[in-house]
Design a protein around this ligand. Structure first.
Ligand SMILES: *Cc1c(COP(=O)(O)O)cnc(C)c1O
Length: 393
């Protein structure tokens, strides 16, 4: 943003006119990308920030740079200094005050990297980092290490290595394109990458992990959808974290993807101060179902450098799931998952409804806490003489 907003819009929200954008500019994703706020002086354009606040943000940004689209910034309500959308995109002093101990690579992805930008941790699926670029830098990002990495000099050579690895590993049936954000690539580049992956016989599905529908929905153009449609079966996984992110623009982006035969799933991150109340997650997930997006995972926030202030206790996530279960559509209940440190993978954490197991009888608890004796046939291979059934692994 090069110009100061002409006027501070009433209601303490920035509007297209404040960025000097015409309606056509605003709906043009390339305009949005070109006008991202990412330099220290860009913060002067937000009339409701105090001088001290701006100085703090600039200091934090030297360690963890910021980048945000005018569109996403227009959703922030500036009257609330703790606005949940603002907290996800603008630097906060908490990022550098946080106790050390977070990692720049909490999932040990470097250790599982088998070709440049290809992470193979689970047998039948791999993650391929399609690019380092993102439209927005999420403050809780677990791949912050990529923000400052130089872009590959010869990306063609890198893709040759990635494709050669995939061709060689016939056990891989699911390729997850991530990044950075794959949808920051131009349509032609995506078309080529997807085409090369699709030509590998044993690859059954391609997933695209992207926050574009949330932070730059204008990018989901009919042309992009036609490109994606050519390479199906393709699944898209996005990241809505707060109900206010479900705007008409985001809904339209998802609608276009769905109409192109691309199922849209959502992976939220559970973030302190953003969505750490059961009502917020419930309203988010119900809102997602209204736009036909399936809540897939709710992620425990990883121990990422500079993001300790976002982290909640595991028991809070389990409690949120327990408050959703039985009080809303099962489709609206995501799986709460945590990435185990280092070599581990994801595990899913559930409220445990099993109170006890005895021969022929298991005692279960419903979501309201009432107990039920359930007549329970013995498992296969069970020794009929045994009185108690050990926990079935
Ligand atoms: C999360 C993840 C996947 C995908 O996991 P699903 O549970 O299948 O969604 C694949 N590879 C890596 C390295 C991951 O971290």
């Amino acid at each position: 943003m090069t110009t100061q907003p002409a006027s501070a819009t009433p209601g303490l929200r920035l509007e297209p006119a404040d960025f000097g954008a015409s309606e056509a500019d605003w709906n043009d994703w390339e305009w949005q990308v070109a006008h991202r706020l990412r330099r220290p002086e860009d913060l002067d354009a937000i009339p409701w920030l105090g001088r001290e606040e701006i100085d703090d943000m600039r200091r934090v940004a030297r360690r963890y740079p910021f980048s945000v689209t005018p569109y996403f910034l227009s959703l922030v309500r500036w009257a609330d200094r703790k606005d949940p959308l603002r907290a996800q995109v603008l630097p906060s002093p908490a990022e550098t005050l946080a106790p050390e101990g977070g990692s720049l690579d909490p999932l040990a992805e470097a250790e599982h990297t088998r070709a440049p930008g290809l992470i193979h941790r689970f047998t039948d699926r791999v993650v391929v980092l399609a690019t380092h670029r993102c439209a927005v830098h999420c403050r809780h990002c677990f791949r912050k290490r990529l923000w400052k990495e130089p872009h590959a000099r010869n990306d063609g050579l890198r893709w040759d290595q990635v494709i050669a690895y995939l061709e060689d590993r016939t056990e891989v049936r699911d390729v997850l394109l991530s990044g950075g954000d794959p949808l920051t690539l131009p349509d032609g580049g995506l078309d080529e990458i997807l085409g090369r992956i699709r030509r590998i016989r044993h690859v059954e599905i391609i997933r695209i992990g992207t926050r574009i529908p949330v932070v730059l929905p204008q990018r989901i153009t009919p042309g992009l959808c036609r490109t994606l449609e050519r390479h199906g079966p393709l699944w898209l996984v996005t990241q809505f974290n707060h109900p206010r992110e479900i705007t008409p623009e985001a809904a339209q982006a998802c609608e276009r993807l769905l109409r192109s035969g691309i199922p849209v799933n959502n992976q939220s991150v559970l973030l302190r101060g953003v969505n750490d109340r059961a009502e917020t997650i419930k309203s988010l997930c119900q809102g997602l179902l209204r736009i036909r997006v399936r809540p897939y995972y709710l992620h425990q926030c990883d121990p990422v450098a500079g993001a300790a202030h976002f982290r909640t206790s595991l028991c809070e996530g389990i409690e949120i799931i327990s408050q959703l279960q039985g009080t809303t559509s099962g489709l609206a209940v995501p799986r709460f998952v945590v990435d185990l440190p280092g070599r581990g993978g994801k595990v899913s954490l559930q409220p445990d409804p099993i109170l006890s197991r005895e021969k022929g009888r298991t005692t279960l608890r419903d979501h309201a806490g009432a107990l039920y004796a359930y007549e329970d046939p013995a498992p296969a291979g069970f020794d009929p003489g045994a009185e108690t059934i050990q926990k079935i692994a």
